[in-house]
Ligand binder design. Sequence first.
Ligand code: FDP
Length: 346
Amino acid sequence: MASNSKESAREDLRTDFVTLTNDILSRQQRSKEATGDLTILLSAISSACKWISNVVRKAELMKVIGVTGGTNVQNENVQKLDILSNEIMCNLLRDSGKTAILVSEEDDEAIFVEDSKRGHYCVCFDPLDGSSNIDCGVSIGTIFGIYRVKSEGAKPSIADVLRPGTEMVAAGYCMYGSSTVLVLTFQGSNEVNGYTLDPSIGEFVLTHRNMKLGPKKIYSINEGNAHTFDAAIKGYIDSVKFPPAGHTGKFTPYTARYVGSMVADVHRTILYGGVFLYPGAKLRILYECFPMALIVEAAGGKASTGRKRMLDVVPEKLHARSGIVLGTSAEVEAIEARYKELDAKK
Ligand code: FDP
């Protein structure tokens, strides 16, 4: 009896957790070339995400819900939380001393960090993605992609960020949902790890090691836009809603799920499986499509414009947009095959 209650007390008091801080530190220690700069930068991003998470959770109480009345460079209504989150990201990234250029969804122009605080990394981010879900308390998130400046001695320029996604060194997102989860991957690692914020200790704790796409058959798209879909997307959506009956005669259409926050839809796609589609050119390449493409590929899936690998795209401008399909490889390949067929008919 006594030993049982001791055991359950121990269970509540687990001490063998891996924290994000320790995980990125041990990664740095394993690498011969590492200088520690990326570790410090990721630590700044993790602090910013904790801070944003706190603001998101208290938004209703702090009366920071709602629009500012202004619009951003994308002509979208700016929410008060967008502005707060952007300030938190910009301040912490600049003060980390490890960044040279910041590209934010909220800012028209890139921010070139002053000489006294300049480092070697460029961070492209959407401080609070899924803004239209803020006021109803649905999951939203921060997305980021990190490049190293091309030439360390040279003055940083826009060319340091207008590069294909294959040149990112790391990418991640933090989802503010029923829990706050930070998901991170490094170029070439083929590993995606998820860390859940334990608010009582203020640490991200490793909860999802080596995430791989789940097996479920789910499609995720805003079908209200169906009148704008091309034949490839229309055909694919029909095929998953009305698949031919299997050899047992069973008819098993895919399940539909659509949150309307890219972070939440991609997070579910990774955990459960399936495909997320946003055709047309709404989502931004540098801080939405690229980071999510790197993560999904490392989780064993694919990300494509429909016609080419997402990470091979070279953005022409900071806020360039693209259509995207990402998720389970077989689904993305089925969509690519439909585009190939469509193009062959032209
Ligand atoms: P939001 O407009 O609410 O900020 O690019 C932003 C984004 O959300 C994504 O997070 C989301 O996937 C998509 O746009 C939702 O767009 P629709 O409202 O057109 O479905």
